[in-house]
Design a protein around this ligand. Structure first.
Ligand SMILES: [Zn+2]
Length: 160
């Protein structure tokens, strides 16, 4: 059975195309395979700071901002949920509680381009930290670009 490479993450093959982005080509989050329509929940109390629909690799997305009090970590965390089946019904500026429904899993942004026809339904969850509270939505991302990737599993560390 042939093995299909659906993406080129982690390679230098296209880095020449984006010399100003040292992270280009790396997979920046965690993929969780989910049936289409599976409810997606806020992982902590948060404010919705951005949402929209983008193309290849992103699809429908929503950004949440977790204040330190919500995670009991001494840093601000920003999370982007990607590939939602439909645009999230939650509004920018809304406050959500841990466990609130924020959308449905889907496969938007996972077919075509690098993926070819091998896209599949999953949640791509990426988390960032940033020293300042001031962030600005920019396309499907946030500025400033000195956001640091954050291991999402850290949210589940038992602090007791
Ligand atoms: Zn992914």
């Amino acid at each position: 059975m042939p093995i299909h490479c659906i993406a080129i993450w982690g390679t230098d093959l296209l880095r020449w195309k984006f010399p100003k982005n040292p992270w280009f080509g790396y997979h920046n989050g965690m993929d969780i395979s989910l049936e289409p329509g599976t409810p997606l929940l806020a992982v902590a109390d948060a404010k919705v700071i951005h949402k929209g629909s983008a193309g290849c690799l992103v699809g429908n997305f929503i950004w949440l901002h977790f204040e330190p009090a919500a995670t009991e970590l001494p840093i601000r965390i920003f999370a982007r949920y990607q590939h939602l089946d439909e645009p999230s019904p939650i509004y920018i500026g809304d406050q959500v509680r841990a466990g609130d429904h924020i959308g449905f899993a889907g496969a938007t942004g996972t077919t075509g381009g690098h993926f070819g026809t091998f896209g599949y339904s999953h949640l791509h969850l990426v988390l960032y930290t940033v020293p300042d509270a001031e962030v600005t939505p920019f396309r499907n991302n946030l500025k400033p670009r000195r956001l640091n990737y954050f291991d999402s599993m850290t949210l589940y560390v038992d602090k007791s």
